[in-house]
Write a protein that binds this ligand. Structure first.
Ligand SMILES: Nc1ncnc2c1ncn2[C@@H]1O[C@H](COP(=O)(O)OP(=O)(O)OP(=O)(O)O)[C@@H](O)[C@H]1O
Ligand SMILES: [Mg+2]
Length: 255
């Protein structure tokens, strides 16, 4: 099989198992990410005051706002890493509040990809092994995880660096490995929290471009918290968080 055919297969398989195409006859879903009335306090500090969001399949949406506005808190709640005090979260049509912690962990591993400001790669493993990790945790065979990890490293432009450990990679390369790892299990949604915060401007642009390539190739749905106005402007929409809620919805798409 040629490299081209391989990558087409990868793109097709990701697109088909993501969201609306998942099962024939299923009602088309409007939202891949939907939350309603999300509230969260830390002690006396009410950080989120009834936040709503709805993100459609293949949308790339930015969340912006001042430091301390609650952006990371909201992203962690959407990503099932934190429970809200009130409100509902639905990812790919699945309401999450009733799940046991074991079911939630399994759901997170399969349906949600994360990219953080710090890459959190495991230092003793190679780039390819780091990318394989979520699939191995999900019970995929070593051979198929290895094949897919190499395909994804090629997708992020790192096929020549697969056997390098994180300490042997540049900051931008490390972050690209982290992006490949985040989409290893073909998640319905990809959450990124200041993914280019630690990078120089050229490397930043490479990482930003990568998100749009993932949308183009795989139909990936992506929500990005960022302080980077250039990245926010590239997204389909930017939502600004202030005083515990979204204040601006800048939509360049009519819907
Ligand atoms: N675990 C916690 N315990 C107590 N307070 C917290 C906790 N997590 C966040 N906070 C507080 O909640 C508020 C929102 O924090 P959050 O990290 O969501 O902000 P942010 O918008 O992501 O900011 P930044 O742009 O600086 O990353 C802040 O005032 C923060 O100090
Ligand atoms: Mg934050």
């Amino acid at each position: 099989m040629t490299a081209q055919a391989d990558s087409t297969t990868l793109a097709e398989s990701m697109a088909q198992t993501n969201g609306t195409e998942r099962s024939e006859g299923m009602i088309r879903k409007a939202s891949m990410i939907r939350a309603e009335g999300v509230e969260k306090s830390f002690g006396q500090l009410k950080v989120l005051k009834g936040v709503d969001i709805s993100v459609r399949k293949s949308e790339v949406v930015a969340i912006v706002g001042a430091s301390g506005a609650g952006k990371s808190t909201f992203l962690q709640i959407l990503g099932t890493l934190m429970t809200p005090d009130k409100g509902t979260v639905e990812i790919n049509g699945k309401e999450l509040s009733g799940l046991t912690s074991a079911k939630l962990a399994d759901f997170r591993n399969r349906e949600i990809g994360f990219v953080f400001q710090a890459h959190h790669l495991l230092p003793e493993f190679t780039a390819k092994e780091n990318v394989m990790m979520p699939a191995l945790i999900a019970g995929e065979s070593f051979a198929s995880a290895s094949k897919r990890a190499l395909e994804l490293l090629e997708e992020v432009g790192l096929s020549g660096r697969a056997s390098h450990k994180p300490s042997e990679l540049s900051g931008g390369e490390q972050q690209r490995v982290a992006v490949a790892r985040a989409i290893m299990n073909n998640p319905s949604v990809l959450f990124a929290d200041e993914p280019s915060g630690n990078l120089d401007s050229k490397t930043k642009e490479e990482i930003h471009g990568l998100f749009f390539k993932l949308r183009e190739h795989f139909g990936q749905t992506i929500l990005i918290v960022t302080h980077d106005t250039g990245l926010a402007a590239m997204c389909d929409r930017a939502l600004e968080m202030k005083d515990g809620n979204f204040i601006t919805i800048d939509s360049s798409l009519a819907f």
